[in-house]
Design a protein around this ligand. Sequence first.
Ligand SMILES: Nc1ncnc2c1ncn2[C@@H]1O[C@H](COP(=O)(O)OP(=O)(O)O)[C@@H](O)[C@H]1O
Ligand SMILES: [Mg+2]
Length: 226
Amino acid sequence: MSKQAVIDATGPLLRAQGVRMVYGDGQGEVVALQGVDLTLSLGETMAVVGASGAGKSTLLHILGGLDFPTSGEVWFEGRTLARMSDKERTTLRNERIGFVYQFHHLLPEFTAQENVAMPLVIRRMSWASALEAAAQMLDKVGLSQRLSHTPAMLSGGERQRVAIARALVTQPHCLLADEPTGNLDRDTAARVFDVLIERVRESKCGLIVVTHDPLLAARCDRQLQL
Ligand SMILES: Nc1ncnc2c1ncn2[C@@H]1O[C@H](COP(=O)(O)OP(=O)(O)O)[C@@H](O)[C@H]1O
Ligand SMILES: [Mg+2]
């Protein structure tokens, strides 16, 4: 995929139309999504809210090109995800999209700084440059004093900050976050959520974040109820 081909400065970053997802069939059929429409622009933040089982994770997987809807269409920077080759979609995910989950998925044997540097090293940046970029990113999420800590030495909130730094260090155009503060106590969740929104606004990427908390959802530009 040439970089030029996917940049559509005039259109939205992400658009979904009539996205429907049905798991299984016959008696075992589960309708996880029944016709979702959304548009997200660069610099915009959107909260996805809804009860457990409402299809929030399913939607994020589809938007991130990790799964295909039963029907409906998703465009990323003007291109239809379903019409890309597997290789193009993988490249898109690696280069344009950042993911944050409820559980940090940090590598336990590496320090915070190494964890954040990892996605850059995978893209062939030198370790020295990657570590420097990681240190800068960790500073921005308030962890300049925790560079050499391994995940086990960090609090839950700190781990999620590292996960946010790791997702943003590659400068994605879009961040998809699935209950990134769902495992934290209320105060810590609010602080981590603030960091997330702040960093997203600064980097001018788009954010879709799943949250159960209406107060946190209200901090986003828009809300999508499932
Ligand atoms: N791989 C799957 N196979 C079958 N059913 C699934 C699968 N993934 C999710 N579901 C079902 O789809 C519905 C939506 O799930 P999910 O997207 O995980 O909801 P949420 O994230 O809002 O809690 C649920 O009823 C769930 O059981
Ligand atoms: Mg979920």
